[in-house]
Design a protein around this ligand. Structure first.
Ligand code: ADP
Ligand code: MG
Length: 227
């Protein structure tokens, strides 16, 4: 318990710093962007091209700081006994409109009664959203995302499988490194944050993937962790 508390505390101190840092960066960025946009309107063609590049880079910085602020927002961990089936279903419902737009079908299979788990529901909601988002982004032409919930030994297991591009095996160990992304508009923060949250619940995240077949992310969370 002490170890867990210490870890959580460390996480939240870093998170608070990072959120403050991101906030401080965002304001000057907004100013720079505004003036660049003004300049771009009254300058020659070559400079317009340079400015477009600068604006693109600023957009990227904005995206990263926004995502950082969203995930690092200082929040007190609030662990309670939670119904993960309900939580997973509600995240599925929440994402359904976006999925429909992208021709993605969300399926859910619950293999048995799922016991309550001692966890922070907001943090886990974030994990599910990050993983579903990646799954959708891996299927630009649509497909099916299948969520399977079961009990495996001492753990509730939630596996999320997509039919997307997959990940080359050699890259899998790097996933979850901060800012490691293979996407043009990615931030490389989603999996890092998800991993941190799952580990702070003493759970595990297992990634299995096959290029051009799809990816399965399995979250295992121990039951009976109530202290
Ligand atoms: P981001 O989505 O911003 O790139 P993430 O940390 O969420 O950052 O993911 C890191 C990288 O892992 C992604 O850029 C992508 O290459 C790979 N990845 C994650 N999930 C999947 C998936 N379901 N299918 C294929 N690649 C994935
Ligand atoms: Mg992502």
């Amino acid at each position: 318990t002490e170890e867990l508390l210490r870890k959580t505390e460390k996480l939240s101190v870093v998170g608070e710093l990072a959120a403050g840092f991101a906030h401080e960066i965002r304001n000057p960025l907004t100013t720079i962007k505004g003036f660049l946009q003004l300049l771009k309107k009254e300058t020659n063609e070559k400079h317009v091209a340079y400015m477009s590049i600068m604006l693109n880079e600023i957009d990227r910085l904005e995206m990263i700081t926004n995502e950082f602020m969203a995930v690092a927002k200082p929040q007190v961990a609030n662990h309670q006994m939670e119904d993960l089936q309900l939580l997973t279903e509600s995240v599925n419902q929440f994402l359904n409109p976006q999925a429909l737009l992208k021709n993605v079908e969300m399926e859910m299979v619950v293999k048995q009664d799922i016991p309550y788990v001692y966890c922070d529901r907001n943090q886990l909601r974030q994990v599910f959203i990050n993983i579903y988002k990646n799954a959708m982004e891996a299927m630009p032409n649509g497909g099916t995302i299948t969520t399977v919930m079961s009990v495996e030994g001492e753990c509730v297991s939630i596996s999320i499988t997509d039919e997307g591009s997959g990940i080359p095996e050699s890259l899998i160990p790097r996933l979850g490194e901060p800012f490691y992304t293979l996407k043009e508009k990615g931030t490389g923060l989603g999996l890092m944050v998800s991993r941190k949250i799952i580990e702070s619940h003493q759970g595990s995240l297992i990634i299995k993937s096959k290029v051009n077949v799809g990816t399965t992310m399995t979250i295992n969370l121990p039951v009976d962790k109530q202290q």
